[in-house]
Write a protein that binds this ligand. Structure first.
Ligand code: UGY
Ligand code: MN
Length: 245
């Protein structure tokens, strides 16, 4: 079935909205039993990559070119990190620094968001360490005092780490209190609900399953619409000087 070329997906110089009807699955080296949807990468102008990994039961991830963050969307992943075994179900996540000794195998059909970035060390700074957890154990913090819009920070906030990954939950009708224009870029995966996203000078209806990339300084605003809460997973580069020093 085709739709006469119509889609909500849209690519502009400072943002990409990529909707599931336009996803193309590819294999990647070192992985078996896994198909990947590439949402963002240097080809787009991004300084990180974001993918969805779709595992068959028993599928395994290969290694990443740099540090990697994994967030389980569905199913269960078996993470061996050094000698330690962790079972990660939905909301389970892991941050694995570049060069870490680990393997990821799906216990059943599973889906996970992958965020990968080449680490930018600070001269004389501490090296980042692996972090493994579940979102459900992390306290929600109201954004700028607004309890209808809550943030959970999945990564430690220290200079050793050069990116942040948060989930943001909006009650129906909640919205960002300002149009943001900032130096950080974003990779965003809609997890639940929907609403209207302003990106640059365009306003888009968005819903669970959509991916958005926002370039540095892309004007952005979101308002949740509908009777269900909206929630997204959002990446940003963090704690690094704009000149790279
Ligand atoms: O962390 C952020 O910059 C976040 N408030 N941006 C967004 O939701 N588009
Ligand atoms: Mn932002």
């Amino acid at each position: 079935m085709h739709h006469l070329g119509a889609t909500r997906s849209s690519l502009k110089h400072d943002h990409l909205l990529q909707t599931p009807d336009t996803f193309v699955r590819i294999p990647l080296p070192g992985a078996t039993g896994v198909e990947f949807i590439v949402h963002a990468g240097p080809q787009l102008g991004a300084n990180f990559s974001q993918l969805t990994a779709e595992f068959s039961a028993g599928g395994t991830l290969g290694s990443a070119p740099g540090q990697r963050f994994i967030y389980v969307l569905a199913g269960e992943l078996d993470l061996m990190s050094g000698p330690n075994r962790h079972l990660l179900g939905p909301g389970g996540f892991a941050y694995l620094p570049a060069g870490a000794d680990y393997s990821v195998t799906a216990m059943s059909a599973a889906r996970a968001a992958l965020i990968e970035k080449i680490h930018e060390p600070i001269p004389g700074g501490l090296a980042p360490e692996a972090v493994i957890g579940n979102e459900s154990t992390i306290a929600e913090v109201p954004l700028m005092g607004d309890s209808s819009l809550r943030v959970r920070s999945l990564m430690p906030d220290s200079d050793a780490y050069d990116f942040a990954v948060n989930t943001m939950s909006y009650d129906p009708g909640a919205g960002l209190s300002m149009v943001e224009v900032h130096v950080m870029e974003h990779g965003l995966l809609m997890l639940e609900g929907g609403g209207i996203y302003r990106l640059g000078d365009s306003w888009y209806p968005v819903e669970a399953g959509d991916f958005i990339w926002m370039a540095p300084f892309c004007p952005q605003w979101f308002g949740a619409i509908g009777k269900k809460p909206a929630k997204y997973l959002i990446y940003k580069d963090w704690r690094r000087h704009p000149l790279g020093a």
